[in-house]
Ligand binder design. Structure first.
Ligand code: VGL
Length: 196
């Protein structure tokens, strides 16, 4: 029997610190959660599921007080680093952990590793994945960098535009990030309109 078409969903950094009440709030960050839950419930969309997470040490060049630009957020093991409690990640979700050393920023999920210690790229290649569907936070940082790295590595990428939200440190950053990802080859759709 031929395989049913399924896609691979990459959910980027839907963690408490990027949602309301968190240390580095992404405006409307919470709004991606129900949309991603609908995507997770579509077997044709979420055949294989990866969820990346920032997992920073307390002292890192990523944080303002140590030379970076960001307030302290997503410190490994803290509540702020947990996935949003309403995000319905199934137990088979492959967690990709990134930004875990004092000298790395870990914007891209491709800097991350799985629980078995493989890089995301190694894991995807071993499973024969060629196409990634991406949603999560934040459009102008971790989503952007993950999508650009995926395209560079030769994956087809579809972004769920209703399942992303941005920081917009400068007004228009998210819109520019979407333009940049599209110019690099990413396709845009919405979670509800998606067909594998
Ligand atoms: C992110 C800013 C700082 C993100 C992480 O997940 O997009 N943004 N650290």
């Amino acid at each position: 029997m031929p395989d049913q078409p399924t896609s691979t969903l990459l959910i980027v950094d839907v963690q408490n610190d990027f949602c309301s009440g968190g240390a580095l709030v992404v405006q409307n960050g919470d709004r991606v959660v129900p949309v991603l839950n609908r995507a997770l419930a579509q077997p044709g969309l979420a055949g294989l599921i990866y969820a990346s997470r920032d997992w920073h040490p307390p002292v890192t060049v990523h944080f303002k007080e140590h030379g970076g630009v960001w307030p302290v957020h997503c410190v490994a093991g803290t509540d702020g680093a947990r996935f949003h409690p309403d995000l319905q990640l199934p137990p088979e979700t492959i967690i990709v952990t990134k930004g875990g050393t004092p000298s790395t920023h870990g914007y891209s999920a491709f800097e991350g590793t799985t629980p078995s210690g493989e890089t995301l790229l190694e894991d995807l290649r071993r499973r024969g994945v060629t196409h990634l569907v991406v949603g999560g936070l934040a459009t102008d940082y971790c989503v952007r960098q993950s999508v650009l790295d995926a395209l560079k590595a030769g994956f087809e990428v579809t972004i769920l535009t209703d399942a992303i939200a941005g920081v917009d440190l400068q007004p228009g950053d998210s819109a520019r990030a979407i333009e940049e990802m599209t110019e690099a080859g990413a396709l845009l759709t919405t979670a509800d309109a998606f067909t594998p």
